[in-house]
Ligand binder design. Structure first.
Ligand code: NAP
Length: 253
């Protein structure tokens, strides 16, 4: 089913590499009109090809109205696995507007031989568990949740983010402004130079494993992994851009 007679209009809820890759693939096909939506959290985002809109919709009702008003034919939730609210908004907006929805969600990570992983159900729980695991932490959970660790005065933190974090932040903190991807060599060097003894990460997933996880295993340091939040039930899901393209092809037939 197409939105303007010939072309399908795909709205991609973005903010991830997969969202950008999907936009790249779809814009090379004239059968699709593509709009990517970004939350506007990053000051200078890497923009995907196609149309881009930035900023919140004002909840599920606002998103549903945008979908109807812009004759969107397919909705793809390609937000980060930890963007919990937006995934539930997408499910509600799809139900309200009657537009088919696909969740493009990369598979999570699993520990392998030699890994010393510990799990937390949330950032708050990670902040409780962290002091028992190490005193020099490499925190890769993003600048938005940094306030959760702000009360940990005895832990030294290395935080890596694209934009500088806002207060409150932990008192003993070094911020490294950088945008990934990072190589295994980068991560090895970082852990050694800062004498890191614990890594904190969200289970963002992606490739089979991430260089920071491999570097932690090699260095013999524990990893505190924050588990993923719940996802809305009954939503079609794809784990890769290729699978999302197949879903779109089938949904248009
Ligand atoms: P969130 O808590 O699930 O969403 C909060 C609000 O931000 C939503 O209610 C929505 O506002 C707006 N929003 C979120 N994603 C949007 C999008 N793609 N387009 C337009 N509005 C959006 O989300 P979050 O965890 O703050 O993440 C924000 C963005 O950063 C997401 O696009 C996500 O893909 C990306 N990101 C998040 C993480 C992470 O760890 N959470 C990591 C990397 C990238 P309205 O209700 O007003 O529509």
């Amino acid at each position: 089913m197409s939105a303007d007679g010939a072309r399908a209009h795909v709205l991609i809820l973005g903010g991830t590499t997969e969202a950008r890759r999907l936009a790249e693939a779809l814009t090379s096909d004239p059968a699709y009109r593509v709009t990517t939506s970004l939350a506007g959290r990053v000051s200078a985002p890497v923009l995907p090809p196609g149309e881009v809109r930035i900023g919140g919709f004002g909840g599920p009702g606002g998103l549903a109205a945008w979908i109807t008003g812009h004759r969107v034919s397919h909705l793809v939730d390609a937000t980060h696995p930890f963007a919990e609210r937006m995934s539930f908004n997408a499910a509600r907006a799809a139900a309200l507007s009657g537009v088919p929805l696909l969740a493009l969600r990369r598979p999570g990570w699993s520990p392998g031989p030699g890994d010393d992983w510990h799990f937390a159900g949330s950032l708050t729980e990670a902040a409780v568990r962290l002091p028992e695991l190490g005193g020099r932490a490499f925190l890769t959970t993003g600048r938005m949740g940094l306030h959760t660790f702000a009360h940990l005065a005895d832990t030294w933190f290395l935080v890596r983010s694209v934009d500088p974090p806002d207060p409150p932040v932990p008192p003993r903190l070094e911020v490294l402004l950088a945008r990934g991807p990072f190589t295994l060599e980068d991560e090895r060097e970082l852990l050694a130079r800062h004498r890191i003894d614990v890594l904190v990460t969200k289970d963002s997933g992606g490739c089979a494993t991430a260089p920071k996880l491999t570097a932690a295993r090699e260095a013999g340091i524990p990893v505190l992994v924050v588990r993923r939040p719940p996802v809305p039930e009954g939503v079609a899901a794809a784990e890769s851009v290729a699978a999302a393209l197949e879903w779109l092809t089938a949904a248009r037939a």
